[in-house]
Design a protein around this ligand. Structure first.
Ligand code: PLP
Length: 490
């Protein structure tokens, strides 16, 4: 950022003067515009060593005011070298989160309003926009009308709330009595597949279920939960005195994007009167596409569903949506209204603080409103379709190359693969692929990450960034092959 002489005086008792805000505001927007436009000029993965950013920052806070221009200059000097660029078109790691421009503008406005949407009264616009966005998003995902929605920060927190609601639904008075030291109730059991996200385990840690209270159901060759094994586990647990209370099915697991058979799982849950939560944090947005319908069969039978617009809907982090058919149960689990929070409208309106652990809430729905209106539903569908096409294209290149192989089906746009020159044993293959991935990431031209499936080191490449186009996926494949040839010595 350009160094400029500050012309505005700093008053010691008030905020930044409006003209100074305008000046730096424009300067920052210019900087962001160029950053987004030229994101490819930066290495996608920061290559600094631990401590390098910290060492450039004064260990003590400044006693007096600093020129704001100095603060902005330090973005280039201190922050940028330590950035891994999630907005970069060659960020194909984890599950990508890219910030679209309308989402960034909404975030700016939300922080300017700085409302706390805990109650309808504390921000009617925030509450009512969230209610409307939940209805829009539900319609976009083709979920039935009896799903009510709420925004939390992350899928981890959404799932934690869903599992807390399931615990409330089990009617064991955990709200009043807690769980510890009770001989009047059986131990609670939560089910998910071996491929479920670690946030489900963390929910069990948080809610007093404990890791022993989770039963991981085996998966088939395509990494999907085996419903018969779930059924057997529930029967066996009941015989052994457990109380099965919640099943988490995943549509789009983290390692491979496998799809659990939700319809069959829903049938088992219905028979056993168990809450069914569907984690579709990443892949859920593709429910917008009629041609992807088969992946979502049975989702309408779930008690709750989580989808993260901050993963694949180009909404800046954070924004996760939980839908449930039982907002009353969620409210029973969490509502607790202190005197100072009571309002005259309480019996006429929805106060979102009643549906979760947090009191204060950011104005996140603005981000959904801006993004959905800017692109339109069809615009978003077109981008998702392109990502799915590019994922399939990359998968086809892997399939055609005799030195590589795909290690899981590609129902969405995440490709699980490895180099396999067919003359190496499994241990050596794992080493080769780890080396391949690290060498690629060291170039700063592409960022990909890994998982392990049946002890096999698997490289994952995810196409879900708003700036990722065919040329980036083509170059990614060229770089992967070139690096492979280098380390194999061809
Ligand atoms: N569920 C699934 C299937 C995920 O893949 C992830 C993260 O990648 C999560 C949940 C957790 O998401 P969050 O970071 O929003 O908590």
């Amino acid at each position: 950022m350009e160094k400029s002489k500050d012309i505005y005086s700093i008053s010691s008792l008030s905020d930044m003067p409006p003209e100074e805000f305008r000046k730096y505001g424009y300067q920052l927007i210019d900087w962001i515009t160029e950053y987004l436009r030229d994101s490819e000029k930066y290495p996608v993965l920061s290559n600094i060593r631990p401590g390098e950013v910290k060492n450039k920052i004064s260990p003590n806070p400044p006693l007096g005011p600093e020129q704001f221009s100095e603060v902005l200059n330090d973005i280039d000097k201190i922050i940028m070298p330590g950035m891994t660029h999630w907005n970069h078109p060659n960020f194909m790691a984890y599950f990508n989160s890219t910030a679209s421009a309308p989402g960034i503008l909404a975030e700016l406005l939300a922080s300017a309003f700085n409302v706390n949407g805990m109650l309808w009264k504390s921000s009617p616009a925030s509450t009512e926009l969230e209610q409307t966005m939940m209805s829009w998003f539900r319609q976009m995902l083709n979920l039935p009308e009896d799903f009510w929605g709420i925004i939390y920060d992350t899928a981890s927190v959404s799932s934690m709330h869903a599992i807390a609601a399931a615990r409330e639904y089990a009617n064991i008075k955990s709200r009043e009595k807690g769980l510890a030291g009770r001989s009047d109730i059986p131990r609670l059991r939560l089910y998910c597949s071996e491929q479920a996200h670690s946030s489900i385990d963390k929910s069990a840690l948080t809610l007093g279920i404990g890791l022993e209270g989770i039963r991981k159901i085996p998966v088939d060759k395509e990494f999907k939960m085996i419903p018969e094994k779930l059924s057997e586990a529930i029967i066996q647990d009941k015989q052994n005195g457990w109380l099965p209370f919640c099943v988490v099915a995943t549509i789009g697991t983290t390692s491979t994007t496998s799809v659990d058979p939700v319809n069959e799982i829903a049938e088992i849950c219905k028979r056993a009167n168990i809450w069914l939560h569907v984690d579709s944090a990443h892949a859920g947005v593709t429910a917008m596409l009629p041609e992807m319908k088969n992946n979502f069969e049975g989702i309408e039978r779930a008690d709750s569903v989580v989808v993260n617009p901050h993963k694949w809907l180009f909404v800046p982090v954070d924004l996760s949506v939980l839908f449930t058919k039982h907002p009353d149960v969620l409210k029973r689990a969490f509502s607790l209204v202190a005197e100072y929070l009571k309002t005259g409208e309480d019996n006429k309106v929805e106060n979102y603080m009643d549906y979760g652990i947090q009191l204060g809430r950011r104005f996140r729905s603005l981000k959904l409103w801006f993004v959905i209106r800017y692109f339109g539903v069809e615009g978003i569908q077109n981008i998702l379709r392109e990502h799915l096409r590019l994922g399939k294209l990359f998968a086809s290149w892997v399939d055609e190359n005799p030195n590589f192989e795909r290690l899981a089906p590609t129902p969405f746009s995440t490709v699980c693969f490895r180099a396999n020159p067919r003359d190496l044993n499994e241990n050596t293959l794992n080493e080769l692929n780890e080396k391949l991935m690290n060498k690629i990431n060291e170039t700063g031209k592409l960022f990909i990450t890994h998982t392990k499936l049946n002890n096999i080191f698997v490289i994952r490449l995810v196409v879900s960034g708003i700036r990722t186009r065919e040329e980036h996926v083509t170059k990614a494949w060229e770089l992967i092959q070139k690096t492979y040839n280098e380390i194999k010595g061809y």
